[in-house]
Design a protein around this ligand. Structure first.
Ligand SMILES: NC(=O)c1ccc[n+]([C@@H]2O[C@H](COP(=O)([O-])OP(=O)(O)OC[C@H]3O[C@@H](n4cnc5c(N)ncnc54)[C@H](O)[C@@H]3O)[C@@H](O)[C@H]2O)c1
Length: 681
């Protein structure tokens, strides 16, 4: 068990960031105490939170009862002795090193030795803040993004002396509060600001050089990066001086290239906002876009080369933190390596900078962005799915990379493999658009090949010579739930939820879901889950045997490692009875009745609300899909797992080529209710 068990949180500094961070922690159900210099400042911070929540109620985002619940988790104080029992502290006071150091000195005195101390600094080294505490090994950087109650990204930073266990605990705590963490070294600008600030700064430099006017630069930047707000509007929103200070820090620590543009300093001196009104001069597009792309390509490659962050985290930071539709490396590969080299060279050579080797020697085919990456972590291999902005949905490319990652992980000299992912979802389904595009073209072949390949990958997972554990931190839907089921062990966090929504979009689970699920929870409950699409949380999933254990985020990694020690599972025998008396009515109902009986109302629900709900939900699904999957369940029960999986796969053609499949999946993409056809039995 980790020495760092995180349940109670504190936030120091009840300003813009601190109040938002505290709000998010409370909204995720964790107790948090908000601290500031005096009671009036604490009250002002709490007031910001109340106002934000009230606006949320007015806009229909929160119900009043939820607001009460959030406020119930939140406490404000200016009495630091109340920090004695907190497990994780986030410091978000003024960006002033001496103020931060005085806060950390005090935290070192009042907090227990196992409390993790995190700083939200944007511009100082974490090591410089940590140095004043008696236990610098438990200090990390936790760099959140505005608005921290809404923006999911957090950079988790270790300095040279951070205890890996403290880092891991801080990371898991970010997952527990609904954040999407990425790793950063203790380096100026960390990962995201390292390229975001130069992107802004270069826009002003283009203005200084007379390449284009503000309206044109703003327009071209938005178009080239596919973003809703250009650099000048962003500066206005955050306050122009912040950009200048950020560029100053980078320029001071790294190179004159990063130093603030003349026009930026002049604007700060003048005060006020940028005026970006006017019509863009479209003939200047290339000059502006090429320069901004060149700068971002240079900095992104440079930061990876320096080991500040990975290619994947650089892109995740842009997608999740900045809401760019494509990250720097995705953009670079789209532009093409050779052109990216030219653009970067043109942008930075006037500053006396050379291209980093990563870009200079890049394969012309592209710089790989791993949707699935793998690394050795102590005694196990860690396989990580890297598409949080797409809820880690499975597509062909991710599937191919998954296979390579599994092969690599198997070759490691480790005791087992943990499959994990970042963000809200473990894996939320498959690429539905790919299915729809093929069905519209009347082609089933690529869909079959995708499912067959998927089944093949999943068959590799369990019963091998190394145990494979699914670390399910979030939603596991459709193909994601099937991925978890294919592992030897499934360990769930409190945020995990499992569901099989396929029959609601006209198909059935085709990656082993019907067969492995039945062998874990028993045929009647497998039918209940697949027929109704009902989602179950981690506790319920554990109660019915869908997963092996549900633990807190603080215990998740240790529990996954313990599962590895439990070894490989070879074959599962489906339970013959309901897991408990509570489940008996559902068990009996789905044992006794056919799909046809339930849909026609011939199955007696005896006024039991759970059975009525199940029958009602089935009425909203594709009857054709329900009847097909009923056949798969019936046949699969008679077969060995491998043959049952073949049967499930072969049945997909009939279900995909029925009009309900195209209708159901199109409705999902169009965000409307599907209109399924009547069943023919
Ligand atoms: N604003 C952003 O977009 C952003 C984004 C990422 C990180 N940050 C970082 O977050 C931190 C806070 O930024 P902010 O914008 O919330 O600032 P802010 O000025 O809104 O709030 C700072 C708060 O800290 C309090 N404070 C000051 N000294 C204190 C002390 N000794 N003890 C307790 N409280 C103290 C102040 O009273 C104030 O309420 C800074 O380090 C900043 O660089 C800001």
């Amino acid at each position: 068990m980790s020495a760092y068990q995180i349940e109670k949180f504190a936030v120091i500094g009840a300003g813009n960031m601190g109040s938002g961070i505290a709000q998010k922690i409370a909204a995720e159900g964790h107790p948090v105490v908000l601290v500031d210099l005096d009671d009036a400042k604490v009250e002002r911070g709490l007031g910001i939170i109340r106002d934000t929540l009230q606006k949320g109620v007015e806009r229909g985002i929160f119900k009043p009862a939820k607001v009460e619940k959030i406020l119930g988790k939140l406490r404000g104080t200016s009495d630091w002795t109340e920090l004695a029992d907190v497990d994780l502290v986030v410091e978000a006071v003024f960006e002033d090193l001496e103020v931060k150091r005085s806060v950390f000195k005090r935290l070192g005195e009042v907090c227990k030795p196992t409390a993790i101390l995190g700083t939200n600094t944007s511009s100082f080294y974490v090591k410089d803040v940590a140095a004043v505490t008696p236990n610098p090994e438990r200090v990390v950087g936790l760099h959140y993004f505005y608005h921290p109650a809404m923006n999911r990204l957090v950079e988790v930073i270790s300095h040279a002396g951070t205890d890996p266990a403290a880092f891991q605990a801080a990371w898991a705590a970010q997952e527990a509060i609904g954040k999407t963490p990425i790793r950063s070294a203790d380096a100026p600008g960390f990962v995201v600001n390292r390229y975001f600030v130069p992107w802004i700064n270069e826009s002003v430099r283009l203005l200084d050089e007379g390449v284009a006017d503000i309206a044109t630069i703003e327009w071209a930047a938005k178009k080239a990066f596919g973003v809703g707000m250009g650099p000048f509007e962003l500066m206005n929103v955050t306050g122009v001086p912040i950009s200048m200070h950020a560029a100053n820090t980078l320029g001071h620590e790294l190179h004159g290239f990063y130093a603030p543009a003349r026009g930026l300093c002049a604007q700060v001196e003048r005060g006020g906002d940028w005026d970006f009104s006017g019509e863009p001069d479209e003939s200047r597009y290339d000059d502006v876009a090429d320069r901004l792309l060149g700068v971002v390509f240079y900095v992104a490659c440079q930061l990876v080369e320096e080991g500040v962050g990975t290619v994947e985290d650089t892109d995740i930071g842009a997608l999740v933190g900045l809401r760019w539709p494509r990250g720097p490396f995705h953009l670079l590969n789209r532009v093409g390596v050779e052109r990216a080299q030219l653009l970067a060279e043109a942008a930075v050579s006037p500053h006396g900078l050379e291209l980093p080797t990563l870009l200079k020697d890049a394969n012309p085919a592209g710089i790989p962005v791993q949707l699935v990456s793998v690394e050795k972590r102590g005694e196990h291999s860690h396989l990580l799915l890297n598409r949080p902005a797409a809820l880690n949905a499975l597509n062909q490319k991710a599937g191919m990379q998954f296979i390579s990652a599994m092969h690599l992980a198997r070759e490691h000299d480790t005791g087992g493999i943990i499959i994990s992912s970042t963000g809200k979802a473990f894996v939320a389904g498959a690429d539905v658009k790919f299915f729809v595009d093929n069905l519209k073209r009347d082609t089933f072949g690529p869909i079959y090949d995708f499912a067959a390949a998927g089944q093949q990958i999943y068959r590799l997972l369990n019963g091998g010579h190394k145990p494979v554990v699914a670390r399910v931190q979030g939603l596991a839907l459709g193909g994601g739930a099937e991925l978890a089921l294919a592992c030897d062990w499934v360990i769930a966090s409190p945020k995990a939820a499992f569901g099989f929504p396929e029959t609601g979009i006209g198909i059935y689970p085709g990656l082993g879901g019907t067969q492995r699920l039945a062998r874990r929870v028993g045929l009647p409950l497998a039918k209940w889950l697949v027929y109704t699409g009902e989602m179950v949380d981690a506790r319920t999933a554990t109660a019915i045997g869908l997963c092996d254990d549900a633990v807190s985020f603080a215990e998740l990694d240790a529990r996954c490692e313990a599962a590895i020690a439990q070894g490989v599972v070879r074959g599962r025998t489906a339970p013959a009875t309901a897991p408990s008396a509570d489940w008996q009515p559902l068990w009996d109902f789905f044992s006794a009745h056919t799909v046809d009986q339930i849909l026609s109302g011939a199955a007696d629900t005896q006024g039991d609300p759970r059975l009525e709900r199940a029958a009602k939900k089935m009425g909203q699904k594709s009857a054709h899909a329900l009847l097909q999957v009923e056949k798969v369940f019936a046949e699969g029960e008679q077969l060995e797992l491998s043959a049952a999986l073949d049967f499930e796969l072969e049945g997909l053609k009939e279900v995909f080529l029925h009009p309900d499949a195209l209708e159901g999946m199109s409705a999902l993409l169009e965000n409307r209710r599907p209109a399924f056809g009547k069943a023919t039995v």
